[in-house]
Design a protein around this ligand. Structure first.
Ligand code: GAP
Length: 539
């Protein structure tokens, strides 16, 4: 249902005691800002994310993953890793070090070009990315066009031809032209490093500080995003290093090692997950933009000239991976880049509909042979592949897929958080995480704390914990325990009652439908496995 404020849909489903009933789902959140606040508060309350160094008032844009968060993050990483490494015979994994030779960052272009244009507001003292201010302004114009389209859709119903409307409607065309003019000018100024023109553009559009409304801006300056550190004991002999701003370079510099030791033939890929660090200018959107974050990247090495085919293939394959989690097709869109990074000949983002709108979740980049050639030049070592079919050596071209694990976490978490009003008027907060990603798969609940029920429940824990992350909970009335597990995102509640003692059966309650079925203790694992098998989700 996303994060809007009206009733979204009705669903006929079974409820407890097999009574058929209508359940009304709706989003009680007043607006997207409130909803985002709710996501942040919920992730703390239910042990997903804490601010880093919280007892010292936190560290800006750095976060810790708590007991549930670390499991969800691990499960997302595993979901990605399996789809990349286990499901592709020609992709292997790597775990390269965070600290790397400093020449790598000169070769990759990060020392000279990994900059963001920043601008300060003199009144509020707030700092912004100048390009983002302009892009947000352009997005507002696009939203006006979208409103026109939505109105027309409503007016014309089934007979509405959206493509024709977008191509001919005066207002939509005007909005789109205005938006494109702004983005083109921004791209030209950034390309030419004309920062004065970026400021002039902000002023001519009348862009105000979103926080204070002030238009009193400083000049625009470039700011390098890499964190520096030192290697060595004494100040005079220490070497200046950088914390890696992307994991990709660790793959490039190991390209030949992996190819030779793994006897890999082109096309092949190397996948890696790991921490990356960026001294972001603006880091205000919780875990969307962090200073320490984790990436899941895959570099796919191909024959020169074949990169566009593989680029299209990986765009579609990655979108399919996202859709497999069931967060709603309408919540994804591609954004093909017009302004390309220095290393790319094509690039596209998969954007997700976050609580604050569509934003980049993953990048797919055709990186040409830029990185490998640069490392050949800077290291003096050949990084070429001998292609037996062509009987020639060449520097491969590279198609990269790069997704932020924390961003994916935010996409999953924010989409899953729902407020529901049930037919009897009671409310529940439920975290409808895809079952495969849920931190805890089942909570085992003795109906009461006596009569041997806790003992039996604990034997079920002991049986299931070999294959599933499960927890035991006996505190409070069972209804409250269900609500607690719903809010924490646990897919199943297994309740042990007096009948269980007699016939070795329990009730298995599904978090989303609230259906309860009676199953034998011996078959619990099978029932759960059905809905959380990788094959079920990834195929
Ligand atoms: N190797 C290519 C690369 O790093 P990128 O577009 O700069 O490309 C890839 O980053 C992905 O990493 C982004 O799509 C985003 O999901 C994630 N990411 C980038 N900066 C981030 C940050 N400061 N905080 C959280 N995730 C970030």
């Amino acid at each position: 249902c996303g994060h809007v404020s009206q009733i979204i849909f009705l669903k006929k489903t079974e409820v407890r005691h097999n009574l058929s009933s209508w359940i009304f789902y709706f989003c009680a959140m007043a607006n997207t800002e409130d909803f985002f606040k709710k996501v942040i508060a919920h992730s703390k309350e239910y042990g997903y994310i804490f601010a880093s160094s919280e007892i010292y008032d936190g560290l800006s844009a750095v976060y810790d993953y708590a007991q549930n968060g670390v499991e969800l993050k691990k499960n997302i990483r595993e979901y990605w890793w399996r789809s990349m490494v286990y499901m592709n015979q020609n992709i292997v994994g790597l775990d390269s070090a965070i600290l790397m030779h400093p020449k790598i960052w000169k070769a990759s272009g990060h020392v000279d070009a990994f900059n963001d244009p920043l601008i300060d507001n003199k009144d509020s003292k707030k700092r912004y990315r100048a390009d983002v201010l302009v892009e947000d302004y352009a997005e507002k114009i696009e939203q006006k066009a979208q409103k026109e389209i939505a109105k027309a859709k409503k007016r014309f119903g089934d007979s509405f031809d959206q493509a024709q409307f977008e191509a001919t409607n005066d207002r939509v065309l005007r909005y789109r032209e205005e938006k494109q003019g702004i983005l083109d000018r921004l791209a030209r100024s950034l390309e030419a490093e004309d920062l004065a023109d970026v400021k002039a553009l902000i002023e001519s559009l009348g862009i105000a500080d979103p926080d204070s409304g002030s238009k009193n801006w400083t000049d625009v300056r470039q700011f390098n995003l890499m964190f520096g550190t030192k290697l060595g004991a004494s100040a005079d002999t220490a070497t200046d290093l950088y914390l890696r701003p992307e994991t990709a370079q660790g793959i490039f510099v190991n390209f030949l090692n992996v190819q030779k030791t793994g006897r890999m033939k082109i096309p092949f890929g190397i996948a890696q997950t790991g921490k990356a660090f960026r001294n972001e200018i603006v880091a205000r959107q919780f875990i969307f933009r962090m200073r320490e974050f984790e990436q899941m990247e895959m570099q796919f090495f191909v024959r020169p000239g074949e990169e566009m085919r593989w680029y299209d293939y990986w765009k579609q394959t990655r979108l399919k991976w996202h859709l497999s989690l069931g967060l709603g097709e309408e919540n994804y869109r591609f954004h093909d880049h017009e302004k390309l990074a220095h290393y790319a000949n094509a690039a596209s983002d998969i954007e997700f509909n976050f609580p604050f709108g569509f934003k980049e979740l993953e990048g797919i980049h055709s990186r040409t042979d830029f990185d490998l050639k640069q490392h050949e030049a800077f290291s003096g070592k050949k990084l070429q592949f001998f292609d037996p079919e062509l009987n020639e050596s060449y520097v491969p071209y590279v198609v990269e897929t790069s997704i932020g694990l924390d961003r994916m976490f935010l996409a999953v978490l924010s989409h899953s958080l729902k407020e529901e009003v049930l037919e009897d008027g009671s409310q529940r907060t439920v975290l409808k995480l895809p079952f495969i990603l849920a931190p805890t798969k089942a909570a085992i609940l003795p109906l009461i704390k006596k009569d041997g029920l806790p003992e039996l429940a604990k034997t079920i824990v002991a049986q299931l914990q070999w294959n599933f992350n499960v927890i035991y909970d006996e505190k409070d009335a069972v209804g409250r325990r269900y609500r607690r597990q719903d809010a924490a995102g646990t897919p199943y509640c297994i309740t042990v009652d007096h009948q269980s003692l007699e016939d070795q059966t329990v009730t298995l309650r599904n978090r989303d439908t609230m259906d309860q079925i009676r199953v034998s203790i011996a078959t619990l694992g099978e029932h759960m496995q059905e809905s959380i098998a990788y094959q079920h989700w990834l195929s």
